[in-house]
Design a protein around this ligand. Structure first.
Ligand code: PLP
Length: 502
């Protein structure tokens, strides 16, 4: 029913329109600008005064020729356009908005306005912006020791590993730290291949696993196609009842048929060629596709039957996003390897990693693991993990995500369907929701990219940051969003839908 090529183009166009927009007024902002009038966050930090304090042009006596930058040294957007190469985009027509600060679930834009962030950026800022306890944790570690190589023991690293492993099932004690999610998946696949002595990795067409060699080949979405150089990757269809590949009409049918399809692919590929099945707990970028309750237990059974390892990608879903510490907690199964990143410290300092079950870790007790990174377990990232994990626990941030999903986002987003016929489906849990937009409910044809872009622009004017992927609005605020803020967010989203004619 869905045309994947259409989706690809829409994805690219919308990604551009979501993150980048008209900005001309922003370029001439000065440090005199007051931020107090519109401070809905209660945060009195003088963002605009701080803004020009990083880097001192006059003081550059290092022989750098910065003459071409003198006139724009205080202009973030102009500097960006001259020097910054952005991810996933053609560069010419980019017009990035300048963000000058943030607090909790709010972002301060250079136009002086605060907007409620319903995206958490790359769905990673689970603890919200500028959580004081985490800033203090990073500062404390910076004063103690900013950097130390991976070969040494370090208290922040050990504590971070212990706190992360605590969130995995029983028997997962060892953590290999990476810089982010892609290299976590890269090393998880490497481990699975070494443990099994097999080559192939099965993953979903509806997935994103990161932008490195094997991770991008394991990815199913459009980003794989121009980057598909790694060998040994096979893709399957995973459950998505709204656009079923299996002509299913119920969750149970979708589940059973997706499992049968997976097993057939394994049999036809040759089970003894397959090292692992790699799946996101809830495919995120692909559309927040909530798997049927029995699906993962079925995958576990099939993989065990054929001696195949199971890697669960919790990079986007881990640490509170779904109202559980790990999304897999809601599915009652135990994989062999878990990957994580984003929510472990909400990106305050980049970090990710691989949590290994006892058997996987034990394989490398006497066998060299041929993988490493200069910054594996970087102390500043580890300090941020320790502080973030402690804050998440003491401030009941995961419970908050669960309750906000159950009491506010779920019911209020679902209620939007009544007045908005272009909403095809609402699905999600915790602070992880998709609003699937369609041209009409009977055809389920994805809503056009121009209208999706109009929703984002209307939201910006109203005061809310709306994230769009293809024909879906992904409502993924920080896990710390309050029930009132979440309700306001849905109200603002509704206004944006109306203004865009939906
Ligand atoms: C499920 C999943 N896995 C892996 C990644 C890659 O993570 P990173 O961008 O930190 O490398 C992402 C990024 O969005 C993701 O959503």
């Amino acid at each position: 029913m869905i045309n994947e090529n259409d989706n690809t183009i829409i994805d690219i166009l919308l990604f551009i329109s979501v993150t980048l927009r008209q900005f001309a007024g922003n370029c001439s902002l000065t440090c005199e600008m007051s931020n107090k009038d519109n401070d809905r966050t209660g945060h009195a930090e003088p963002y605009m005064e701080n803004r020009a304090c990083i880097g001192n042009y006059e003081g550059d006596d290092m022989g750098h020729d910065l003459s071409s930058d003198t006139t724009i040294w205080d202009d973030a957007v102009a500097l960006d356009r001259r020097h910054v190469f952005h991810t996933w985009h053609a560069q010419r027509n980019l017009h990035p908005e300048e963000i000058v600060g943030g607090h909790g679930s709010w972002l301060r834009f250079a136009d002086g306005r605060d907007r409620l962030d319903l995206t958490s950026q790359q769905v990673n800022v689970n603890i919200g912006y500028q959580l004081p306890a985490v800033i203090a944790g990073i500062r404390k570690q910076a004063e103690l020791l900013c950097t130390i190589g991976p070969d040494y023991a370090n208290l922040a690293r050990g504590r971070a590993a212990s706190l992360v492993a605590r969130r995995a099932p029983e028997g997962f004690d060892k953590v290999f730290f990476t810089n982010a999610g892609a290299d976590a998946n890269e090393n998880a696949m490497r481990a699975a291949r070494l443990v099994t002595g097999r080559d192939k990795i099965i993953s979903s067409y509806r997935s994103y696993h990161g932008n490195t060699g094997s991770a991008i080949s394991a990815t199913g979405d459009w980003r794989r196609k121009p980057n598909d150089y790694a060998r040994g990757h096979v893709h399957v269809f995973t459950p998505y009842l709204y656009r079923s590949e299996f002509s299913a009409t119920t969750e149970q049918e979708e589940c059973d048929r997706a499992l049968r399809h997976l097993e057939h692919v394994i049999q036809f590929e040759g089970p003894d060629t397959i090292a692992a099945v790699l799946l996101e707990s809830i495919p995120g970028t692909a559309g927040i596709l909530i798997p049927p309750q029995d699906y993962f237990r079925g995958v576990r059974e099939i993989t065990r039957r054929y001696g195949i390892l199971m890697i669960t990608d919790e990079v986007m879903t881990g640490f509170g996003r779904t109202g559980f510490w790990m999304a897999l907690d809601d599915y009652g199964y135990t994989p062999d390897i878990i990957t994580f990143a984003k929510g472990c410290n909400s990106g305050y300092v980049p970090a990710g990693g691989v949590i290994m079950s006892h058997d996987v870790a034990a394989h490398f007790d006497d066998v060299v693991f041929p993988g490493g990174l200069t910054y594996s377990g970087h102390p500043l990232a580890m300090g941020a993990i320790v502080a973030a994990q402690e804050a998440m626990e003491s401030e009941h941030i995961v419970d908050n995500a669960h309750d906000v999903g159950e009491k506010v986002l779920g019911p209020r987003l679902t209620a939007l369907m009544d007045g908005h016929p272009k909403i095809g489906e609402i699905r999600g849990k915790g602070v992880f929701w998709a609003v699937e937009m369609v041209a009409d409910r009977s055809s389920r044809k994805p809503l056009d990219d121009a209208t999706m872009g109009a929703i984002v622009r209307a939201g910006h004017e109203i005061g809310v940051v709306i994230g769009v992927h293809a024909n879906r609005i992904h409502v993924t605020p920080p896990c710390v969003i309050t029930p009132d803020e979440a309700a306001d967010g849905v109200d603002m989203l509704e206004k944006a839908l109306k203004e865009a004619g939906c």
